[in-house]
Ligand binder design. Sequence first.
Ligand code: SF4
Length: 398
Amino acid sequence: MSFVAEFRALPLVGLVQRSLTASLSAARASLGKTDLSLTDFAHLISPAAAELLEPLSRRSQQMTRQRFGKVIRLFAPLYLSNECVNGCKYCAFSRDNRILRVTLTPEEVRHEARALVGQGFRHILLVAGEHPKHVSLDYLVQCLSLLHEEVPSLSMEIGPIDTADYRPLVRAGAEGLVVYQETYDRAVYSELHTFGPKRNFEWRMETPERAYAAGFRRLGIGALYGLGDWRLEAISVAAHAAYLLRNCWKAQLTLSVPRLRPCAGGFQPLRQFSDRELVQLVCAFRLMFPDVGLVLSTRESPRLRNGLIPLGITLMSAGSHTEPGGYTAAGQSRLHHTERGRIVEIGASEWASPDHRPANATSQFQIADERSPREVADLICQLGYEPVWKDWDVALTG
Ligand code: SF4
């Protein structure tokens, strides 16, 4: 049975209700348990458990240290392309946004990767919009083949494809696949994804299972917080994670907690999700899933990221650019607009003044932590943790 079947049967509304109405003593009882059910998880993210944030974070810190040591793994995203055929209302890359676009050549991708390796990174996440022509399977295989020798650990965040198409990516050196459901609320999903293959909610939901069947041995999931009710998203992610741990047990699993950031298109969050609630959620995930990696990106401010390091996070991005060519200005000479999938050269007037000359492709979203990777690594050391630049050691794990 796939997760989709399990998700259809999940009493999601009831669990959200259990969370909203949980008593302090129910939250305290769940906090004291070692083997948590989904109901316990709902209690831990309840308004009542917000009163228990101190003991909750203490327990989360303790468990994280026990399982992972005092180590924070660092990675960087490398954007290959911001072309996309989908209409996602909350994303700058959405097809109908008039933004500056480019797809890097495989050589340019290597150039960007070398810049990241030069900064210390050994784990790179390749990110691309969904575009069968510009971001074809052949193109992705070429990029991976070039990087494989130089970057020890490669993950991908790309449009979902089928198992047979994932296999050549694994053969070319990809180890990890990240796919966020964005929102697990079907109605909100349908409202926000206006056209394109991404409209298929269940196909997306089954992506980690297809990736696992193709041989990916690291899977990353999550919701994009700010679209649906955060408790509904969190309970769904927890159910999804529990399913993957049971059924895709040879893979390492990571959970991310991305919150919406300002981006081209000007989309505003539909729901609030405060810093304090984010901290509560990270700790609840840790108690529910002691061995799962928890990821925090540069979407969050330096202050919040610093505060979350000792509480349960195990992986962080640093010094991120969310546009193709962001690290070396690669691809600058080919910037263009796309109108309904057709490439349109940038008009002369837009290039007329040097002040208005676009320097880079449009980014997917604004980052909030602009510190360099070195500054982030130094801060991790100051907090008594060890920054580790490589996520996965093939030599050690076979
Ligand atoms: S969220 Fe992904 S699929 Fe949607 S527009 Fe952005 S890049 Fe494309």
